[in-house]
Design a binder for this molecule. Structure first.
Ligand SMILES: [Zn+2]
Length: 527
C-alpha cells in the first residue's frame, strides 16, 4: 500500500501491501532522479510524463484490434515481439506481449474504475474493494489467493489509483494457466462474509491513519486537492474520507463490485515468455466464460474553469514547511495522439500538454536540472528540495505541480517565489537546445531500460489501454516529444503559470508532539 508520488509527496495510488514487492524495485540509472523513480515505483498516471508509459525503440507495438487472428508480428528485437490486442466475445480486452528472455510472466488484470468513479458518501470504496478481492470466492478461503500464488512460485499485489484498479502477479511462465484460473475466478466470483469486511475496513482505516493522518505532506495534498477541484471527482482522496470509511457497509462494496467489475470494463495484460495464441486460448477459456454485462454509464463531472488564485494553509506537526503550487493545464487527447501522422504536431491543447511535459523535465528531469541548480545548491540556497511535474494525461483533469521544502531559515514564500521565477525565466529567455536534447536523450534511454522488466511492459500496456491509447502510443509519444521545440516550451511557460489557474498550498509546521508514539505498521501486509 505504498503510495506513488507525483511531486515528491503526492499520494496518487494505494498499493495493496505495505512493503513494495521486489518486482517494483529496479535499479535506476544514475542521473535519473524522481521522474524515473516514479516509473519504477508504480504506475502513477503522472509518471507517464517521465516516460513510465513511453516506449522504447526495441518495442514497437501494433494493434490487431478485435481480431481473432493476430496480425503477423514483425521481427522481434531483444527477445521480444510486438504486443497484440484482442477483444473476447464478452467484451473483455486481452493484450499479450511476448518476451522470451527469461522463463517468467507478468499477469495483470486492469479495471477501468478507480476512486474517480466513486460518489460522495462512499469515498474510498474502490480501494476497500481492492482489499476485499483478497477475501475469497466460493472455492477460495480468505487470503488463499495470495498463498496459492506464492505456492506457484510467484508473488502478487494490487493497487488502486484515481483512474484504475489493477491486480498483478509475476510467476514462472509454466504457471500462467493456474494464475489465470485464479484471477478469473476472483474477478467473477468474489464473495465474503460481513464479518470479513468489518475486520478489513479497520485495516483500511489504519492505512489511512498511517498514510495520511501521520503525514503532514499527505494532509496538505489531500486538502489542496479538495480545494483545486470542485466538480471533478479527483477532489476526493483515494483512500476515502474517514467518516465515509466509518460509515461504509459491506453492501456498498458489493454494489461497487457488481457495477464496475464487468468484462467490458476490464483488460488482461500478459507479458513475458508466452505464446500469443496459447494465451489467447487460455483467456477465452477462463475470462471468456464470464458473462457479458454493460459498462455503466459515466457522468462527465467536468471541472469548471478556475477564475482566480486559490490559496490555502494547512497546519500540522512537522519539522519543515512545504509548498505545493498546482496549475490547471491542458492534457493530451488520446485520439489526437492516435491519429496524428508521424512528424506532425498534435492539435493545440495536446501539443501544449507535450510541451508542458518537456518543461517539467527541463526544470526537474535530471540531477542538476534548473530547479536543483537554482534552488537547492550554493550558499544562498532557498530550498532543501524542489520539484516539477506535469500530469500529461489521465481520465480526469491534470495539473502541473511545482513543489519545494524551504531550507533552514528560509520561508515558504521565498520558495514559492523562486519556483515561479524559474518558470518566468523560461517564459522570458527560453530554453537552449542542449538542455532539451539532454532531456530527450534521457527519455529514450529510460524507455529502453524500463523494458528490461516484463512487469513494466505489462504496466505500460495496461496504462495505455486505460487511457484509451492504442498499443503503439508509447513510441508515438516519444516521437512527438522529441519534436517539441524550444519555442514551444517557452510558449507554454508564458501561458499557463498565471495566478488565475493556480492553487497555492502551504504546510505551516507546528511543534512536534513530544509524547506522540510512532504507529507500528503490521508486518509486511496490512490485511
Ligand atoms: Zn490499501
Amino acid at each position: 500500500m505504498k503510495h506513488t508520488l507525483i511531486g515528491k509527496f503526492v499520494p496518487t495510488m494505494m498499493m495493496h501491501r505495505l512493503l513494495m514487492p521486489l518486482l517494483f524495485v529496479q535499479p535506476v540509472p544514475s542521473g535519473f532522479k524522481r521522474r524515473v523513480a516514479h516509473a519504477v515505483t508504480a504506475l502513477s498516471f503522472c509518471a507517464f510524463v517521465a516516460g513510465a508509459a513511453l516506449s522504447s525503440a526495441s518495442a514497437q507495438t501494433l494493434r490487431p484490434e478485435a481480431s481473432s487472428t493476430p496480425a503477423a508480428a514483425s521481427s522481434p528485437s531483444a527477445g521480444s515481439a510486438q504486443a497484440q490486442q484482442f477483444t473476447l466475445a464478452n467484451g473483455m480486452t486481452l493484450i499479450v506481449k511476448p518476451d522470451h528472455r527469461a522463463p517468467t510472466v507478468a499477469h495483470m488484470l486492469w479495471l477501468r474504475v478507480g476512486s474517480m468513479d466513486e460518489v460522495d458518501g462512499t469515498s474510498g470504496v474502490a480501494h476497500a474493494l481492492e482489499h476485499m478481492m483478497f477475501k475469497g470466492t466460493p472455492t477460495l478461503k480468505p487470503g488463499e489467493f495470495s498463498r496459492r500464488v506464492a505456492a506457484l512460485g510467484g508473488r502478487d499485489n494490487a493497487f488502486t489509483s484515481r483512474d484504475a484498479t489493477a491486480y498483478h502477479q509475476q510467476i514462472p511462465a509454466n504457471r500462467l494457466e493456474d494464475v489465470m484460473q485464479l484471477e478469473a475466478d476472483r474477478f467473477a466470483n468474489t464473495q465474503w462474509e460481513n464479518d470479513e469486511f468489518k475486520r478489513e475496513i479497520e485495516v483500511v482505516k489504519e492505512e489511512r491513519r498511517m498514510r495520511t493522518e501521520d503525514s503532514p505532506r499527505a494532509q496538505l495534498y489531500e486538502a489542496a486537492n479538495a480545494v483545486t477541484f470542485i466538480a471533478a471527482p479527483y477532489r476526493r482522496p483515494i483512500i476515502g474520507w474517514m467518516s465515509d470509511l466509518d460509515a461504509m457497509t459491506p453492501d456498498d462494496v458489493r454494489n461497487f463490485y457488481r457495477k464496475w467489475y464487468v468484462p467490458s470494463n476490464a483488460a488482461v495484460v500478459v507479458a513475458g515468455d508466452v505464446d500469443v495464441l496459447q494465451v489467447k486460448a487460455l483467456a477465452e477459456k477462463y475470462y471468456g466464460a464470464i458473462p457479458a454485462s454493460a459498462t455503466p454509464l459515466r457522468k462527465p463531472r467536468v471541472e469548471p474553469v478556475q477564475a482566480g488564485v486559490k490559496r490555502l494553509e494547512h497546519k500540522a506537526s512537522a519539522s519543515q514547511a512545504y509548498v505545493s503550487l498546482m496549475f490547471k493545464v491542458p492534457q493530451l487527447d488520446p485520439s489526437a495522439l492516435a491519429n496524428a501522422p508521424a512528424g506532425t504536431s498534435l492539435p493545440n491543447e495536446s501539443q501544449d500538454a507535450l510541451a508542458l511535459t518537456v518543461l517539467a523535465a527541463v526544470l526537474d528531469g535530471y540531477s542538476g536540472a534548473r530547479l536543483d541548480r537554482a534552488l537547492t545548491q550554493g550558499e544562498a540556497r532557498v530550498a532543501d528540495s524542489a520539484g516539477a511535474d506535469n500530469g500529461l494525461l489521465g481520465r480526469g483533469p491534470q495539473v502541473f505541480t511545482l513543489d519545494g521544502v524551504p531550507a533552514k531559515d528560509k520561508t515558504a514564500q521565498q520558495v514559492i517565489d523562486a519556483l515561479r521565477q524559474q518558470v518566468t525565466q523560461i517564459a522570458r529567455d527560453g530554453v537552449n537546445a542542449a538542455e532539451l536534447n539532454r532531456v530527450k536523450t534521457q527519455w529514450v534511454a529510460s524507455e529502453i531500460y524500463k523494458l528490461d522488466a516484463i512487469f513494466s511492459q505489462a504496466r505500460e500496456l495496461g496504462s495505455n489501454w486505460l487511457n484509451g491509447l492504442p498499443l503503439d502510443s508509447s513510441a508515438r509519444l516519444v516521437a512527438h516529444l522529441r519534436n517539441i521545440s524550444p519555442a514551444e516550451v517557452q510558449s507554454v511557460a508564458a501561458r499557463y503559470f498565471g495566478d488565475d489557474q493556480m492553487t497555492q498550498a502551504v504546510l505551516v509546521p507546528q511543534p512536534l508532539d513530544p509524547n506522540r508514539k510512532p504507529r507500528i505498521p503490521a508486518v509486511g501486509d496490512l490485511h
